[in-house]
Design a protein around this ligand. Structure first.
Ligand SMILES: NC(=O)c1ccc[n+]([C@@H]2O[C@H](COP(=O)([O-])OP(=O)(O)OC[C@H]3O[C@@H](n4cnc5c(N)ncnc54)[C@H](OP(=O)(O)O)[C@@H]3O)[C@@H](O)[C@H]2O)c1
Length: 206
């Protein structure tokens, strides 16, 4: 179980069913143009606290934890104001402990769903990301930027395993802050879908 840096990053943990209920609620009850509808569960935990809770639910010990180097510019804490959504009548229902127990149970009961995904990722790491030069377009259905990062690598691997035509560009292939280069990349690959997995870390900001 990888644990970033000192484990002090704080997140607010909401059960996926509550999250999806919130999205459905906004679709049905929200008004366009009224701004952003944030959701939160008011259950903030550090990664260290969450890791302990998951290990407890799994009956596993701290020896399962592998510390990994923190991401550059990793957000220490997100703090969202969900008052607009609550004022409309939405509130999450599932208590954290019940939700975590149900989540751990779901993963234990659905190994065939997630185990193949875990096997895919490592293979992608040494793979050349650049597509062959001079190919006729359209070359790629999917264009993934920031493709050498953690999320980008996994996404490229999963798409390739599904047989999708995917081009993954690392920062040295395409700097997403360079508007001209982004325009050129779009013109060159003409992707149907672009997914940016690049995280800007200049000055500690993302
Ligand atoms: N991992 C998570 O659980 C998680 C959760 C929520 C949100 N996110 C967000 O998702 C994004 C990606 O996360 P990650 O875990 O994959 O991070 P990561 O492993 O640090 O990867 C980020 C990638 O972005 C690239 N990058 C930085 N500046 C760029 C630029 N100007 N143009 C193109 N690429 C650039 C980096 O390239 P170099 O390798 O060349 O520096 C790096 O490969 C981040 O914004 C992160 O905050 C991640």
């Amino acid at each position: 179980m990888p644990l970033y840096g000192d484990g002090g990053n704080v997140r607010d943990w909401i059960h996926v069913d509550d999250h999806c209920r919130g999205i459905q609620f906004v679709l049905e009850q929200g008004t366009a143009g009224r701004g952003v509808s944030h959701q939160r569960a008011t259950r903030e935990l550090t990664n260290l606290e969450l890791t302990r809770a998951i290990l407890d639910h799994c009956g596993a010990g701290w020896d399962m934890v592998t510390p990994v180097r923190d991401r550059k510019g990793h957000d220490r804490r997100y703090s969202l104001d969900d008052s607009a959504l609550r004022a409309l009548g939405y509130a999450p229902r599932i208590p954290f402990t019940d939700g975590l127990a149900a989540t751990v149970r779901w993963y234990a009961d659905h190994r065939p769903w997630w185990e193949p995904l875990k096997r895919i990722s490592p293979g992608a790491q040494g793979k050349p990301l650049r597509p062959a030069a001079g190919r006729a377009r359209p070359v790629s259905q999917w264009l993934v930027t920031g493709a050498r990062g953690m999320l980008g690598r996994d996404l490229v691997a999963v798409l390739e395993a599904r047989g999708e035509a995917v081009t993954g560009l690392s920062r040295s292939d395409l700097d997403i802050t360079d508007a001209g280069a982004v325009r050129d990349a779009l013109a060159r690959w003409q992707p149907a879908v672009v997914v940016n997995c690049g995280g800007l870390d200049r000055g500690g900001r993302r």
